[in-house]
Design a binder for this molecule. Structure first.
Ligand SMILES: Nc1ncnc2c1ncn2[C@@H]1O[C@H](COP(=O)(O)OP(=O)(O)OP(=O)(O)O)[C@@H](O)[C@H]1O
Length: 261
């Protein structure tokens, strides 16, 4: 499914946090949102998955105005992997992952064999098969994040929202998570901090600063030394592989640069 935001603004505590943002994610496209801490990325994503209401503008999901869709209908098709995975009750890994089937089930119906097979396949995909009976609360931050991804895969969503999904993951699992979601071939909107990973996996980037989009386009066009300096206030060197158009960024923090003479 595709997603379109038209002139979205969001106010929190009487303050405008997101200001007149328009963006689009086509079916099958992996779109990244980058920008400094506090620039409004999570606020915008929460508005898309309907935890927050916009103060202005429209959101179209699969061509339909999301405001006129039942919450259940949008939740069934939209998977979310967030930054924080706190739960108050102690569930096993299998129980956590099976919760991904909830949007597909009628009230009070129990999990069937097919639900279990879908959950087991997702658990295997994130490399957690040996831990299916472990308590979720006893897992490390990265293991929890992988279980949350398995839960989202079990939901079989038609669109994915990722809010800093690689927090807590070591480099192997960062690459695995982004590779796994990309291979699903569905629309993805992801807030990412790692610009090198964003460049590797995203088809398109939007750059947010102070709640506004200040640049958009393919990573190779957006991630320039000038833009990174303007938005993050840091010097860097950007290399572009002319054959693959792959971008790699090396940062030059001022305090280290002084010792380079
Ligand atoms: N409930 C709230 N009430 C008031 N201000 C809020 C609320 N939630 C977030 N903010 C503020 O809105 C701004 C944007 O926050 P948001 O979490 O969307 O930024 P972000 O770009 O996702 O940041 P980060 O990269 O640090 O995760 C911040 O200044 C934050 O303090």
């Amino acid at each position: 499914m595709d997603l379109k935001l038209e002139h979205i603004s969001v106010a929190l505590d009487h303050q405008k946090i997101v200001k007149d943002v328009s963006l689009g994610v086509a079916t099958g496209q992996f779109v990244g949102m980058i920008g400094p801490n506090g620039s409004g990325k999570s606020t915008l994503l929460k508005t898309v998955y309907r935890v927050l209401k916009p103060s202005g503008g429209k959101i179209f999901f699969g061509g339909e105005n999301i405001q006129s869709m039942r919450i259940g209908a949008s939740a069934k098709n939209m998977g979310v992997v967030g930054q924080f995975n706190n739960v108050n009750f102690d569930f096993t890994v299998m129980e956590m992952v099976l919760m991904g089937r909830t949007p597909h089930k009628k009230m009070l119906s129990t999990d069937n064999e097919q639900d279990r097979l879908i959950a087991l396949a997702a658990i295997a995909k994130v490399g957690m098969t040996e831990s299916i009976n472990r308590s979720f609360l006893t897992l490390s931050g990265g293991e929890k994040q992988r279980v949350i991804l398995a839960r989202t895969l079990t939901q079989q969503p038609k669109f994915l929202i990722l809010d800093e999904p690689t927090n807590h993951l070591d480099i192997k699992y960062q690459l695995q998570l982004l590779g796994t979601v990309k291979s699903l071939g569905i629309g993805i909107l992801a807030a990412l901090h790692d610009l090198n990973l964003a460049a590797m996996y995203c088809d398109k980037l939007y750059v947010l600063k102070d709640g506004k989009i200040v640049a958009a386009g393919m990573p190779v066009d957006v991630l320039t030394e000038d833009l990174i300096r303007d938005v993050y206030n840091i010097d860097c060197h950007v290399d572009v592989d002319l054959r693959t158009k792959c971008v790699s960024i090396v940062y030059r923090p001022l305090d280290l640069a002084m010792g380079y003479n």
